[in-house]
Design a protein around this ligand. Sequence first.
Ligand SMILES: Cc1cc2nc3c(=O)[nH]c(=O)nc-3n(C[C@H](O)[C@H](O)[C@H](O)COP(=O)(O)O)c2cc1C
Length: 324
Amino acid sequence: MKTRITELFGIEHPIIQGGMHYVGFAELAAAVSNAGGLGIITGLTQKTPELLANEIRRCREMTAKPFGVNLTFLPALATPDYPGYIRAIIDGGVKIVETAGNNPQKYLPTLKDAGITVIHKCTSVRHSLKAQSIGCDAVSVDGFECGGHPGEDDIPNFILLPRAAESLTIPFAASGGMADGRSLVAALALGADGINMGTRFIATKEAPVHDRVKQALVDATELDTRLVMRPLRNTERVLNNAAVERVLAKERALGSAITFGDISEELAGVYPRILQQGDLDAGVWSCGMVAGLIHDVPTVRELIDRIMAEADAIIRGRLAGALA
Ligand SMILES: Cc1cc2nc3c(=O)[nH]c(=O)nc-3n(C[C@H](O)[C@H](O)[C@H](O)COP(=O)(O)O)c2cc1C
């Protein structure tokens, strides 16, 4: 399939694996890129720029295909060494960066001067237009369904994607709720040039997370996510568990007086325990409503081949048939 996203990134299929904290290691990024999609290493999961440089080297040993690095600008207790991470990306010869969380304008000249293609992930048309105006090459448009941070507008993709299509001139990927060939065809129909998937890629053989995490996604339904940190205007969609219930109880009790410190026990530094050790209730972890569409744990190649075969069958079969 050829779209503006496959052309921009030099990839075979219009499928991107969004950066995911403690999931986007070299193994997953390389598997996605080898299967013809765009794999992305999560920059900040590597504690230092030197470790990111090493992760980039490891990824390059596993794939000769293009891959990217995610740089997330979210509120953090200590500001990461972004210039250091960017140096590691440039020195490592990576030509694609996914930015997210905040306006990347400050770092854009350095990235563009190094010949890097930047796809910015955002959750609204106005942020997408801003990204376009400052020189981003593409955007991922994350609907309210998405795992992680859906923003504060609560606009689902059935509205957000066609709104993006009528406003943007740069290519964009539909993100949030994407799982299969139906998602891809629907995203293309709504005006997107491809899809960006997070949660679905966690339930794959190559995702370097504990088997209990993958099984939790297979077991979960579309009813099992919750939104935390709404009062802090840092909303995150997560899989419900005991820690999430505690956070929501504190949010109800403290109302607008709540601070990050009140819930840091459930949030700060919990990802390694959950994703690597499989201690699922150790804290709060991102998950999309799309969990309801995840029923198996295929290899990345099986997943991507299946998505493309399903999309082909829908376009040539059901859709063409409806016109016949
Ligand atoms: C466990 C997990 C961790 C994530 N971590 C990040 C991150 O560190 N940076 C980022 O930009 N997006 C992050 N995301 C968001 C994904 O890149 C992607 O935008 C989102 O998952 C898309 O929605 P979906 O889960 O419905 O596919 C994360 C998502 C999940 C599920």
